[in-house]
Ligand binder design. Structure first.
Ligand code: TRP
Ligand code: SF4
Length: 330
């Protein structure tokens, strides 16, 4: 399907909500670039979603479908990258089982996200076997394709470190089979929600990729700005302003510099500043929205893409699994 390329890139996304602006300008733009130069596997990590959402399964399928539409609209191209749903490639789970034999419990208990998320997500009982094994399943996800590079956010770097330790142990015990995956840190802009707090669906302060142009415009125009800037003649501070964080995503660097200066001298008012943002943001998303409208009308086509993706991923995954079985004497 794709010519031989040196790097093998694997990344997954959990279907646990709608994607927002941060995903578009961070992860998806990055994936779109990577698919041009490397062999890429991008998948919906539905099993990973179950590790925390096992008691809330009703919404996962909807999120999954919307997520894939967002990917395609963002230019993730099934002719360049392999796109699929994790649970459709059961080889991931089989390799996870093999890896579980050689992974000391202490390695998993030490992963920082394990305790942190347990403490953070207090409404959920995460003292499960599946949740502890989360980073090991992730290891299988990447190793099954012999990934060399794994684009992830900062919070996932420790998981890829564990992946390296596990494949090193496998290679030591049974012979060289897996390359050690490196994380490819995605600079995801730290994006506040419209109220200035952390963007989170539980705060209802997200600007979603699937928001229509009028919806997004309304949210942006109602955004909080520098809270200390009360009157028009007060100078503002772009460094603490939500609107300015959004400007950094879509506004041209020259214009950005001007806004920064004008804000600090009260040369521009917040309403005008927001209007500039709305214009640049809507321009940045115009192509995305156009494609999204088209794709959303063709669920059969999306299903076909995922079917093809799963079957081509399985071809590769099956072969690696055979090698792993053989290496382990099975
Ligand atoms: N754990 C990742 C996250 O929460 C999602 C994920 C699952 C993943 N498997 C992966 C990312 C493999 C990269 C590679 O964001
Ligand atoms: Fe924020 Fe712009 Fe207002 Fe400055 S002028 S506080 S950057 S909205």
């Amino acid at each position: 399907m794709v010519a031989k390329k040196q790097e093998i890139i694997v990344s997954g996304m959990r279907p646990t909500g709608r994607l927002h602006l941060g995903h578009f300008f961070g992860v998806l733009k990055n994936w779109e670039r990577l698919q041009k130069e490397s062999r890429c596997y991008f998948f919906v990590a539905d099993w990973h979603a179950l590790t925390t959402e096992y008691a809330n399964i009703k919404e996962i399928q909807g999120w999954l479908a919307e997520m894939v539409i967002d990917w395609l609209a963002a230019g993730i191209n099934p002719e360049k990258a392999v796109l699929f749903v994790q649970s459709r490639v059961p080889e991931h789970a089989e390799l996870h089982l093999l890896f579980s034999m050689i992974t000391p419990l202490g390695w998993l208990e030490r992963v920082p996200s394990y305790k942190e998320l347990q403490q953070e997500l207090t409404g959920k009982d995460l003292s499960t076997y599946g949740f502890l094994g989360y980073p090991l399943l992730q290891t299988a996800d990447v190793a099954i394709y012999k990934a060399t590079k794994v684009p992830v956010g900062q919070d996932q770097v420790a998981h890829i470190e564990l992946s390296r330790e596990v494949v090193r142990r496998f290679n030591f015990l049974y012979g060289e089979l897996f390359p050690e995956p490196q994380s490819l840190l995605t600079q995801t802009p730290k994006l506040p929600g419209t109220d200035g707090r952390k963007m989170s669906k539980s705060y209802d302060n997200c600007v979603y990729l699937s928001d229509s142009e009028p919806e997004a415009t309304k949210k942006l125009m109602n955004c909080i700005t520098d809270p200390a800037r009360i009157r028009r003649q007060d100078p503002g501070n772009p460094d603490v302003c939500t609107i300015f964080s959004y400007h950094k995503l879509s506004t041209h660097p020259d214009a950005l510099k001007q806004i920064d200066a004008d804000c600090r001298t009260a040369g521009i008012g917040c309403v005008d500043c927001k209007k500039i943002l709305v214009k640049s943001m809507n321009e940045s998303l115009a192509l995305f929205r156009e494609r999204r409208g088209d794709i959303a009308k063709k669920p059969k086509k999306v299903q076909e893409i995922l079917d093809d993706g799963a079957s081509s991923a399985r071809g590769v995954a099956r072969k690696t699994l055979e090698e792993a079985n053989e290496a382990m004497g099975l």
